[in-house]
Design a protein around this ligand. Sequence first.
Ligand code: FAD
Length: 411
Amino acid sequence: MTDKSISFIRSLCAGEIEQSVLFPYPKMAVEERETVTDVVAAIDSLLEDRGDDLRSWDEAGEMPPEFIQELSDFGLFGLIVPEDHGGMGFGNMAYSRTLQQIARHDASVAVTIGAHSSIGMRGLKLFGTDEQKTKYYDRLATGEMIAAFCLTEPEAGSDAASIRTTAVEHEDHFLLNGSKIWVTNGGIADFFTVFAKTGEAEERSHLSAFIVTTDLPGVSVGPHEEKMGLRANATTSAYFNNVKVPRENLLGPLNGGFKVAMNILNSGRSGLGGGCVGAMKRLIALSAHHATEREQFGRPIGSFGLIKQKVGHMAVDCYAAESAVALVASLSDQEYDDYSVEAAITKIFASEALWRTADEALQTAGGGGYMRENPYERIVRDSRINRIFEGANEVLRLFVALTALNDVGSV
Ligand SMILES: Cc1cc2nc3c(=O)[nH]c(=O)nc-3n(C[C@H](O)[C@H](O)[C@H](O)COP(=O)(O)OP(=O)(O)OC[C@H]3O[C@@H](n4cnc5c(N)ncnc54)[C@H](O)[C@@H]3O)c2cc1C
């Protein structure tokens, strides 16, 4: 029986190689793999010939409600909801593989599904009571309810513990006041996981998480943000004005919200990593094709060493990112106690690998890469955010380094 308290990286920093975490390399259960194969094929059939639509939604900065309904009808909002509540019951390996396939086609669609499952309703899955799950799971599975995650505020980004939204405890409810920015899915969500301060002003870490549904009086959202990328996704502010949040909507322990937020982000990171891998696979295929077809100086540009090197680097990055993302997803599926450092490392690596790949793919396409009629410029715009959201890479690097130093220092 493997010891589930082991962290490969924490051990590595102390000079130990924990082989049992890596070997045998984890696999999805056969039944789950078969379902994922079917889902992947269904995603291709849904998105394959939608290139013109996807481009026009990016230009318009909006995804039509009819298309979101199609995503619901395909069951894509139910990926991580247990089967007995109408979902697919996917573990993180299967979930990550599914997001990978969506992201091969379009990042705005991937982030719409991802924000719902990776962070929007992940708190319910990890910390929800049976009553909360019974109340919301079925509607979240069908897409009747779409979920979003509300942590960031104008004055609180990387320093999440400094949020100013407050939830003041009353007998049967908490009175919620404050505002959040850049909420992915904000314009289409009905179910918000909201973080608010429940301790005294000086108690930075005393946050709590709440389920806040948009039918509660005092909840409102702002207009769609004009963004560089992920333009078809409805990113908005969210406002909470004297919202009476029923006591039973507290998610996880009172004053334990910081840990809830970090657990959600750790568990959800294999979704973001999967999305990065999916985009890389598409870029590699585009670049390999272009390098073979495009001739300059009387021969295909792919015959030049510098272009071969670019495609080679892309393949190396993609292979390494996919291996690491799948491994970390499996750590969560195997219920390892703590894989936060590993999750941070894969988020950093996959997001930066995608950024390098997108840049070099556009370069390989030359001037055509810069033109809107081709997919490269949109993928470059869409890719950039991965280094910023769900934990900015600088802050995650600090976390990795501090964990290593603290662990070694405490031996
Ligand atoms: C399109 C989009 C969608 C988003 N979706 C959501 C969402 O659904 N829900 C949500 O809650 N939030 C969301 N966010 C917010 C996102 O998570 C934050 O932007 C992110 O956490 C960084 O915070 P910030 O932008 O305030 O940057 P800041 O924290 O102000 O950081 C600015 C820069 O300083 C660096 N930095 C900060 N602290 C340190 C340090 N100690 N050492 C070194 N460097 C440091 C950062 O890495 C960054 O490069 C979204 C943002 C965008 C742009």
